[in-house]
Structures are given as C-alpha cells and as structure tokens.
Design a binder for this molecule. Structure first.
Ligand SMILES: Nc1ncnc2c1ncn2[C@@H]1O[C@H](COP(=O)(O)OP(=O)(O)O[C@H]2O[C@H](CO)[C@@H](O)[C@H](O)[C@H]2O)[C@@H](O)[C@H]1O
Ligand SMILES: [Mg+2]
Length: 210
C-alpha cells in the first residue's frame, strides 16, 4: 500500500484538526475536571454496488490506530518507533467512506464529495439515503457523525478514487459474505465502531433484498 518509515512522536503544538481542553465543572457540589479534545463533525457512507453486489469500502493507514499498537514505553517523545517491532501495516484499517465536515456545504453534499474523492463514484446527491446521526465518541472527544446509504453502479465510476492531495486511500470491494466474516472474526476488527454500525445496519435493512 504505502511504506511508513521514520516514525517519531512529538508533543502536539497546534492543530487545525483538534483542540485540547480541560473542562472544569461542579457536579452535585463537587468540583471536577475532564480532559477533552474538540474535533470536527463528520459524515460516513455505506456504499453498495448493486450490479456487482459488493460493498465499496476504504483502506488507509491510521496513525491513531498504529499508535494504539505500540507499548507505552516504546512510544516516548523523540524516541524513534521501531517499525520492525511494530509493523506499520497494523495501522491499516478498513472503513466506510467518510470525511470531516470542514466546508460550508450541506452534509449530503459533503458525503457526495467524499464518495467521489475517496471511491471515484459520481453520485447524485438525491440518491443518498439518510440513516441518522450519532455521537462519534464520548470519552475524550465527541462529535456528531451523520451516516448515509448510497447504491452505485459501475457507470457512475469516473475515477479510481484514492483521496485528494496527500491522502493515500485504497478502495476495497467486499461481498456481503466477506464482510460478514470480517465483522464476526475473533481477532480485533481493525475498523471503527461507525464501520460496525454501518455494516450491521446494512445487513439488517438492505442485504436481504439482494
Ligand atoms: N488529526 C489530524 N492530523 C493531521 N491531518 C488530519 C487530521 N485529521 C484530518 N486530517 C487531514 O484531513 C483529511 C481528512 O480526511 P477525511 O475528511 O476523509 O476524514 P477522515 O476519513 O479522516 O475521518 C472521518 O472518518 C472516520 C471514520 O472512518 C471518523 O473516525 C472520523 O471522526 C471522521 O472525521 C486527512 O486525510 C488528513 O489529510
Ligand atoms: Mg476519509
């Protein structure tokens, strides 16, 4: 996919993607604090190619997932990460096509753009079926993610996809049987809860129709 080298952790200085805070509050008269990260809202799309009966998914290297595979004593600031001991491939996930809400467009328009940029399908915005919105996390960061369902055909495929600018994304196709095996495996599923939600939503609401 792509070769990851020269990995080293540095302290966060400033970021346009996340804002660290401590919230101070009083609950039932008791003073408390909670450490938090402010992050963007997002959209995610379950894409089904109805002609070839495959789900269209994305595979990419996720630094946060990779970090989670590294023992705390081996990820100290300014100490190079041993990529022989911790293979970067362990940071590669399978996910729904998804993107952050960072433009003045409707959520459905942002979803349409992500489908085109990441997966290469040019879909009419009206073909997106709204599934619903939920909290992306509740511990240290929480934003709203809105999920859509979209059916595509090969005639809508206009590019290879793969993301924009410096994004490196592989488009992956999985049959319903393959995705069922993937989400029910005993090993850790290297995918976020939003992916599991989307796949189970599809299996419950759509897959029996095909
Ligand atoms: N912390 C960071 N540091 C540096 N660059 C960053 C960054 N966050 C974003 N970026 C940049 O912005 C781009 C954002 O990509 P997307 O809009 O496709 O969102 P993404 O799929 O990562 O997350 C969406 O999809 C996944 C689900 O698969 C959700 O977990 C997530 O909340 C949602 O926003 C990245 O490719 C990168 O260039
Ligand atoms: Mg994305």
């Amino acid at each position: 996919m792509n070769k990851i080298t020269d990995v080293v952790m540095k302290p966060l200085e400033k970021s346009i993607y996340l804002k660290p805070y401590t919230m101070h509050f009083t609950q039932n008269g008791q003073k408390k604090t909670w450490d938090l990260l402010g992050i963007h809202d997002s959209v995610a799309i379950i894409i089904y190619n109805k002609l070839r009966k495959v789900l269209i998914l994305v595979k990419q290297f996720r630094p946060a997932v990779y970090l989670g595979t590294i023992d705390p004593q081996d990820r100290q600031i300014d100490h190079p990460i041993d990529t022989a001991k911790y293979p970067p491939e362990n940071g590669i996930t399978i996910e729904l096509c998804a993107g952050i809400v960072d433009k003045q467009l409707s959520l459905a328009e942002i979803a349409r753009e992500e489908i085109l940029e990441e997966c290469g399908y040019d879909v009419p915005v009206g073909s997106l079926e709204l599934i619903g919105s939920y909290r992306s996390g509740v511990g240290t960061s929480a934003s709203v993610q809105t999920a859509y369902y979209c059916e595509v055909t090969d005639a809508m495929k206009v590019t290879q996809g793969g993301g924009t600018d410096d994004e490196l994304i592989d488009v992956v196709e999985m049959t319903v049987a393959e995705v069922k095996d993937y989400v029910t495996q005993r090993d850790v599923v290297n995918s976020p809860p939003s992916f599991l939600f989307g796949i189970y939503w599809f299996l419950l609401n759509k897959s029996s129709k095909y």
